[in-house]
Design a protein around this ligand. Structure first.
Ligand code: ADP
Ligand code: MG
Length: 705
């Protein structure tokens, strides 16, 4: 039996260990830094580095690395051993304060979007003392931010940290207005529900598309998908259960608060949710979780797919980002309490979120934009690309009554009555849930449901933080001037709800009517990634991010370029994979099948002229037509790509109009891929399984038993 409290955090240089291993004074100033963000005295670094190294070596580490999150969306690490020559063919293990604080990876190959020309390759990683160091595969990993020589952010962590600091400042101003003099910091919190697929590795390895793209580019519908709804919360199969146990243990050792696991809607789909923590640590932990998920899967002969849409026709995977604001004294600022109608502080923060989401719909959409997530948003399994807020009846009623200057009648507590006497009655939540909303209030936090399963949580959180920070600033500006605070506050909430309530929608977000209604309300509908990415460089957004010191114009321009480049390259890889599979595997398989069919017909004819060959002939005719259409479409796809071929030559950054590239890939390449796939899938449903070069959807989705 695993002793969970004992293994929890055993691979983490955490607070307990710091207190035990560091001199008192040093521990104190490090704690200040971690809790209040005060800069760390350089002399402390040496002592901390030494303690870290001793602890790491005691726990089997031989190397250290600055662990960072470049714009690829993955994590990066370069391992250096602790060894230092000590004469006479000997070494000792050392780690300096300088090495802890600053790293200089030769970083010319990370995407910088023109921020750092390759001949000026210097990039620095700098230690983030607010996120604990940990040991992974015998290496001490130090969470770091990654910036260019000029200090521009080249990573996902830097803007997130900046946004947290900016929001802290404004939220404290608001708290002071409510007479709170004790809170010293406000942090945003996040808990990410991570969905994933588990496929038998031997089966998955036979698919080039899964290997190169993480999703299937072909696949006819299997006889059974998710229609029986028998997988959601279903009994977990022994092999999956063993995987989940192992995964939990690995995560716990890394100090990750893995809490909930269950089967999801699609066959072979599952979910893991940790207990929430600050957005910075939640983001680090989620990156680590995704890595560990894949690693543990391969130990179990499984492949873990984190792509947003690995299989057409069944649900894809998301990563719900539950978000709130917490004070250092442990209060949740989005907790409505027993009497929300009287909880003015709560109503103010709630209104701030409503205004922020309405004013910056584009940013929330942008924060989840990727080629892979385009398959999911609006596919009746995830929210559409239209951003709106679900508040539920109670909160909508309260805000409405403020707008109407009417008294709000508190709802009586409702009790659950199952009609079975032996079952206990309990008080119900005052509102039901809404599973279709992209941004739903769920009791004491918002659940942002648009992020895809593979996305880094950095952007969803830093964009949300910045948007809310901006609104809090304007609220604080206004309220600090007020003579009568209570009166001014009511007026402010009233006016803002009036102006921004169009973003509140409590109905079914998957319906066609909502799309029409949203249009009437003037809400944005940025359907594809190519539509969303230009928002990086709108004047409104540049102003917003610069004002709060989260991203500069140059940094935004770089992100704009990196995202579009990434989008087009991803589609490029998929399109080339598709052509490769058609030419090398699918067409040859169809030809083989057709050859055998023709042989059968000829043989039959030799035996007798009157023998029936119509079925074979009919299949042969259909396949001849379809295979020639497949050949033509693959060829068309190839010529579409040739016009923009990145495969051999990376286009000149200066000259490239990335937005036009994005549109080309969306309108021409992607459309052509969809057409081509449809033909291949039809062919698959007609060709004998022995001939088909790849495991079918049925085999993939039901491979784990
Ligand atoms: P659901 O019913 O939405 O599937 P889960 O229990 O799967 O709920 O996930 C809820 C997530 O929300 C968990 O990760 C939980 O830790 C997180 N959460 C709860 N409270 C907060 C909060 N105040 N801030 C951020 N996240 C929170
Ligand atoms: Mg859940």
């Amino acid at each position: 039996m695993t002793n969970v409290p004992e293994i929890f955090g055993s691979l983490v240089f955490n607070d307990d260990i710091m207190r035990a291993k560091l001199p008192k004074e040093i521990y104190k100033s490090l704690k200040e830094t971690r809790e209040r963000g005060t800069p760390l005295d350089e002399t402390c670094a040496q002592s901390i580095a030494n303690a870290m190294k001793n602890w790491a070596v005691e726990n089997g580490a031989t190397h250290y690395t600055h662990w960072f999150q470049p714009m690829t969306g993955a994590t990066a690490e370069k391992h250096d051993s602790f060894i230092v020559p000590a004469g006479d063919n000997k070494v000792i293990m050392e780690f300096s304060g300088k090495e802890l604080i600053k790293g200089e990876p030769d970083a010319s190959s990370f995407p910088s979007g023109g921020l750092r020309a390759t001949f000026e390759a210097r990039g620095y990683t700098s230690w983030d003392p607010t996120s604990n160091a940990f040991i992974k595969d015998g290496t001490l990993c130090i969470p770091t931010a990654f910036c260019s020589y000029g200090g521009e952010a080249l990573d996902k962590k830097t803007p997130l940290l900046r946004s947290m600091e900016a929001l802290d400042k404004q939220a404290l101003r608001i708290l002071r207005l409510f007479g709170d003099t004790t809170t010293t910091s406000v942090r945003t919190t996040a808990g990410a529900e991570q969905e994933y697929f588990l496929i038998d590795r031997a089966v998955a390895d036979q698919r080039k598309d899964l290997l190169y793209c993480g999703r299937t580019l072909f696949g006819a519908r299997p006889p059974k998908g998710q229609e029986l709804e028998d997988h959601y919360f279903g009994v977990i199969k022994p092999r999956v259960s063993a995987y989940m146990k192992d995964l939990d243990e690995e995560l716990w050792k890394l100090g990750i608060l893995s809490k909930t696991k269950h089967n999801e809607v699609a066959p072979a789909q599952h979910e893991l949710a940790p207990i929430f923590t600050t957005t910075n640590i939640a983001t680090d932990h989620n990156q680590l979780t995704m890595e560990v998920m894949k690693k543990v899967a391969s130990r179990h002969g499984l492949t873990c797919l984190l792509h947003e849409k690995p299989f057409a026709g069944v649900n894809g995977s998301g990563k719900h980002n539950n978000w709130s604001l917490a004070t250092n004294t442990g209060e949740n600022l989005l907790e409505p309490g027993k009497y929300p109608a009287e909880n003015m502080r709560f109503l103010l923060f709630l209104t701030a979120v409503i205004v922020a989401v309405d004013e910056h719909q584009d940013l929330l959409r942008l924060s989840v934009a990727s080629a892979s997530n385009d398959h999911r948003l609006g596919a009746q399994e995830a929210p559409p690309a239209i951003v709106s807020i679900y508040l539920g009846d109670e909160l909508t009623g309260i805000l409405q009554s403020i707008e109407d200057d009417s008294a709000y009648e508190e709802l009586d507590p409702m009790f659950m009555d199952t009609g079975v006497e032996s079952l206990p009655n309990f008080a119900k939540d005052t509102t039901d849930r809404n599973r279709t909303s992209p941004f739903a209030f769920t009791g004491n936090k918002f659940e942002f449901r648009m992020p895809g399963s593979s996305v880094s949580l950095s952007a969803p959180n830093f964009m949300l933080n910045t948007a809310v920070c901006d609104v809090l600033e304007s609220f604080a500006d206004e309220l600090e001037q007020a003579q009568d605070f209570d009166h001014a506050l009511r007026k402010l909430i009233k006016r803002n709800f009036q102006e921004h309530k169009r973003i509140v929608f409590n109905g079914n977000n998957y319906s066609e009517e909502w799309i029409q209604e949203a249009k009437r309300r003037g809400l944005l509908n940025l359907r594809s990634t190519a539509d969303a990415i230009p928002c990086y460089i709108s004047e409104k957004n540049i102003k917003l991010f610069e004002k709060h010191g989260v991203l500069s114009r140059a940094e935004l321009v770089s992100r704009h370029e990196i995202s579009l480049e990434n989008y087009t390259k991803q589609l490029n890889v998929e399109a080339f994979t598709m052509i490769d599979m058609i030419n090398k595997d699918i067409l040859p398989a169809v030809y083989r099948f057709m050859h055998d069919l023709s042989e059968t017909i000829l043989n039959k004819k030799q035996i007798s002229d009157t023998i029936v060959c119509e079925p074979e002939k009919s299949v042969l005719e259909k396949l001849s037509v379809l295979s020639s259409a497949l050949y033509d479409n693959a060829h068309k796809l190839y010529s579409d790509l040739k016009e923009r071929d990145y495969r051999y030559a990376v286009p000149n950054r200066e000259e490239n109009d990335w937005e036009a590239e994005g549109r080309y890939y969306r309108d021409i390449v992607f459309e052509q891929m969809e057409k081509t796939r449809a033909i291949a899938d039809e062919i698959e449903s007609m060709v004998g399984e022995d001939y088909w070069p790849y495991p079918t959807y049925g085999k993939l989705l039901f491979s784990v038993r």
